[in-house]
Structures are given as structure tokens and as C-alpha cells.
Design a protein around this ligand. Structure first.
Ligand SMILES: Nc1nc(=O)c2c([nH]1)NC[C@@H]1CN(c3ccc(C(=O)N[C@@H](CCC(=O)O)C(=O)O)cc3)C=[N+]21
Length: 287
């Protein structure tokens, strides 16, 4: 079986089109465009590239975006001060603090300082708690939220299916498991201490790989007709970018699979923009 390719770039473009439409409506109703602020600390080269991508994509939807760049040696309280200013800025609807932060900055303190209504990453405790409690009014973490959309676009309804999530991070694995559960999948969360990963994967109708180990998930483990979502982004020494799944072999067995690059990555950015325009509308509605 040759899998359908889940084209994250094309689906992300469709989401950005929907966002642009909402931005136009917001502008017409409120006389300003939704605003996104990205806080970047220090000189992580990957972060520079990602932030540029986010700023560019937000501009293309008609949103206003600004980057706040703090020096490599910024303290936790300096980062907090930047966040507090943005919390109080009425033109800013979404705040994203680019991770990772330099080691002297306390990441959890910073993330918890972002006003939950402006937390377009969905990383704040309040938004994590709302997801856990099944409340629909919280902000959903961009990567898992985008994956739910990719599954939908590929014609996969998770209800009743066995879903295996590999990875238990706060930003992908855990929220992914909760969103799949909310969609009525039977969810298993695997991680580095899972006894027999191959056996767990072989049972799965949906596999979400988010472990950060190049091609750890072997194609031969994939169940015939499974939906395979690869969150991994591993840069090999050759410079080649590969996922957490052995793509070509997995594609022989899967019903549908996301490529790396061009799968989950572009969707993460599109969902950030979607969360921002939704946050703008929600803040107005709450006034
Ligand atoms: N507060 C915060 N929120 C984030 O969402 C966040 C973050 N910090 N820190 C870093 C990670 C990483 N991340 C990516 C998003 C899209 C691509 C992406 O579009 N990648 C392209 C390829 C890029 C390439 O070729 O290197 C693709 O998959 O097609 C990559 C990485 C968001 N992150």
C-alpha cells in the first residue's frame, strides 16, 4: 500500500486563508488588526529562523506583529518585565515567548506570567488545565491542535481508534493525548521507558511520533492502514532534516503519512496565527 501524503504546507496555506478572512472581519469591526508579539531572548540560530517565519506568516494574514529581542544575558525579571508590558498593551492579542530560553531565565515563571487570554502557544497552566478538564474555552497548544486538523483533512476520525502518542512533553505529547481522547480515541502514551515500543506501535490506528530521535519508529512497526503523524525535526550531520519515523518504509504500510519537512511544522505556525485571531475575538467578547 502506498500512503497518501498529508500535505502540511497546503493545509497550512488553507488555514492561513481562513485566518486572513477572520483578520479582515476583525479589522472591519474593530478598526485595527489583531496583534501578535514574539519575545526572543539571546541568539539561538534556530530560534532566529523560526521567529522570522512566524513574523512573515502573520504579516501575510494582515495581522500586526512585533518582535521583542532581549540580550543573551537577560535576567528572568527582565523577561518578565517585557511580558508584563505586552500583557497590558491593548493592541497585543497574542504573546509568544520563543523557547528555549537561555539557562539563567526561569522558563516556567516566564510562561506563567503571560496573560492566559494572550497565551497563543497554549503553554500557560490555566490553558493546560482547561484542556485537561475538557473546557472548550482555553487556548490549545499549536502543534497538537494542528495535528488534529491534519487528521481531519486526511479523512481520519479518531473516534474509537487506537492512538499511540510517542513522547510525553508538555508542549506536544501530553496535550496531544488529551486532544485525541477528547476526540474519542483510545489513547496510549509511550516514552523512553516504554517496554516494547514496536508492539505498542503495531496496534495503533494513529501514530503520533514526538520523541526527537531520527527514524526511531521503524516502517515495519506500522500497522497496515494506519495514520502516521511525524512531529520529529532532526537535523542530521549531512544537513538533511529527518523525522522520528522511517518515512519511506512507513509509507509502504500507512494509509496516510506526514512528511518532514512540509508536514507538522508549517501547521504549527498556521495554528499560532489561528489562535491569535481567536484570542483577539475572545478578548473583545469578554469585555
Ligand atoms: N514558544 C514557542 N512556540 C513554538 O511553537 C516553538 C518554540 N517556542 N520554539 C521552537 C519550536 C519549533 N517550532 C517550529 C515550528 C515550525 C517549523 C517548520 O515550519 N519547519 C519546517 C522546516 C524548517 C526547516 O527546514 O528547518 C517544516 O517542518 O516543513 C519548525 C519548528 C516552533 N517552536
Amino acid at each position: 500500500m502506498a500512503a497518501e501524503l498529508i500535505d502540511g504546507k497546503a493545509i497550512a496555506a488553507k488555514v492561513r486563508g481562513e485566518v486572513a478572512e477572520k483578520v479582515r472581519a476583525f479589522q472591519a469591526a474593530h478598526g485595527r488588526a489583531p496583534g501578535l508579539a514574539v519575545v526572543r531572548v539571546g541568539h539561538d540560530p534556530a530560534s532566529e529562523v523560526y521567529v522570522r517565519g512566524k513574523i512573515k506568516a502573520s504579516g501575510e494574514t494582515g495581522m500586526v506583529s512585533e518582535e521583542h529581542h532581549l540580550p543573551e544575558d537577560a535576567s528572568t525579571s527582565e523577561v518578565l518585565a517585557a511580558v508584563e508590558r505586552l500583557n497590558a498593551d491593548p493592541k497585543i492579542d497574542g504573546i509568544l515567548v520563543q523557547l528555549p530560553l537561555p539557562k539563567q531565565v526561569d522558563e516556567q515563571t516566564v510562561l506563567d506570567a503571560i496573560a492566559p487570554a494572550k497565551d497563543v502557544d497554549g503553554f500557560h497552566l490555566i490553558n493546560a488545565g482547561k484542556l485537561l478538564s475538557g473546557r472548550k474555552d482555553g487556548v490549545r497548544a499549536c502543534t497538537p491542535f494542528g495535528i488534529m486538523r491534519l487528521l481531519r483533512e486526511a479523512g481520519c476520525d479518531p473516534a474509537g481508534k487506537r492512538a499511540v502518542v510517542i513522547g510525553r512533553s508538555n508542549i506536544v505529547g501530553k496535550p496531544m493525548a488529551l486532544l485525541l481522547l477528547e476526540a474519542n480515541a483510545t489513547v496510549t502514551v509511550c516514552h523512553s521507558r516504554t517496554r516494547d515500543l514496536a508492539e505498542e506501535v503495531a496496534r495503533a490506528d494513529i501514530v503520533v511520533a514526538a520523541i526527537g530521535r531520527p527514524e526511531l519508529v521503524r516502517g515495519a512497526w506500522i500497522r497496515e492502514g494506519a495514520y502516521v503523524i511525524d512531529v520529529g525535526m532532526n537535523r542530521l550531520e549531512s544537513g538533511k532534516l529527518v523525522g522520528d519515523v522511517e518515512f519511506a518504509a512507513a509509507a509502504q504500510r500507512a494509509a496516510a503519512i506526514t512528511p518532514v519537512p512540509g508536514g507538522v511544522g508549517p501547521m504549527t505556525i498556521a495554528m499560532l496565527l489561528s489562535n491569535t485571531v481567536d484570542a483577539a475575538n475572545a478578548r473583545i467578547a469578554a469585555k
